[in-house]
Write a protein that binds this ligand. Sequence first.
Ligand code: FCB
Length: 494
Amino acid sequence: MSEFRFPARFLWGAATSAYQIEGAVAEDGRGESIWDRFCREPGRVDNGDTGDIACDHYHRWRDDIELMRRLELNSYRFSVAWPRIFPIGKGQPNKAGLAFYERLVDALLAAGIRPLVTLYHWDLPAALQERGGWTNRDTAYRFRDYAAFLFERLGDRVDLWLTVNEPYVAAVLGHALGMHAPGLKDLNAALRAAHHLLLAHGLAVEAFDDLGMRKTSRGQGPARIGLALDIHAYAPASDREADWEAMERARTLEARWFVEPVLAGRYPQEGLEWYKGQGVEPPVKDEDMALISRPIDIFGLNYYRRHTVAHDPSQPIFGYRVEVPPGRPVTELGWEVYPQGLHEVLAWVRDTYLASPAAQPAEGSIAFFITENGAAYPDVLEPEAAAPKADADRPPAPGTQKRGPRVRDVERRDYIAAHLYYVWRAIQDGIPVEGYWAWSLMDNFEWTRGYSCRFGLVYVNFTTQERIIKDSGRWYSAVCGENGLEVDPERLVG
Ligand code: FCB
């Protein structure tokens, strides 16, 4: 066993998003979101699940902060539900909606937990969708207004901000593959949505600067902003040229399409050509790329798995499929466990986009945050162990007390440990990773999977809303508390 210590002030967190945990969808003036509507369409979500109640976090947030304290987190990533703040996406703000996040932020700070706020984690106000949603350029400007409002209202207390979460998923799964809200199958719509999500990011960063957020000290320092991108590790399914090409196509369309505009101010040429071949192009206007590539402070990486890509013309639209090489470990969702990929992706971003001095942001430099990483495994909740028969005269011997229910999620613990080891390795290589947020704080509404799979460090009983810290959570609390982990690198999964 070796000990791997992390830099002082490393941020140890867990992440959630509004629609996945809050519930209370019709309370205190919240407007409808595209996910409320999507969940009501038959066949969209496993088991007909919805986020109507989810983890009831909207009412149980105090208990949930207590859980974070017990996990020894020093940071918490959550998202604000746009339809709570602007029920129809624009116009008059809803005071009660804002008040919820003010209470949450105040209580987090009182508990010594630093908020990392995501502005958009997929719950677009339904009223904006009626006017085209992300396919309509105007939505990006409405996002700017919403972002500016939150900077003004929470910016005295929140100093870490993310604009959009995983624009690839929102654009492509939502508009081309019909798997996420709003459920469209239209490549042109997906490309428009992707561009307007990037533009929304850039406009929010511009608003951030217009308000002087990066100039003055707020919260714990000058505020910082960035976005969270999902980037996989990649491998070709074989040495055949077609598979190599398919892998590059996947990397271009899934990752470079979003990283490159933000860090280099352009769309990747190969991607533009491929889309052109499909008869579509992004609706770029003159100033867009300059806005999208405004300097950011935080590069948020959501990393889960490796994509081993095989050329497959029978696959709709993109013409490739993702495989898992034989014998490789997978999570419950069939995602390959490939921890060293976290290091590979960080190095790829740095070497490809941040290595040249010209690529550096004007002020300061970009920090990497691992904004999501975690795994679904079929958890088994062991019932409360009965206490041995009490001896009236003597107190129970140590270790024989009644034990609460327990989840022995060894695989999740090993998954996180292995990925943390590669975060540590990346830091040794000089990659400035400043924090790690496990996905997720607690089991929650996993989009199209509903409640059928669990990612939490904390188990949630969705009937009683009881929370039980899993073994992975107890282990993680020690890592957070000690600012490091003990692992045997030889025995890491993957
Ligand atoms: C990411 C999402 C997050 C969660 C995890 C498992 O793509 O950002 O909300 O669903 O996957």
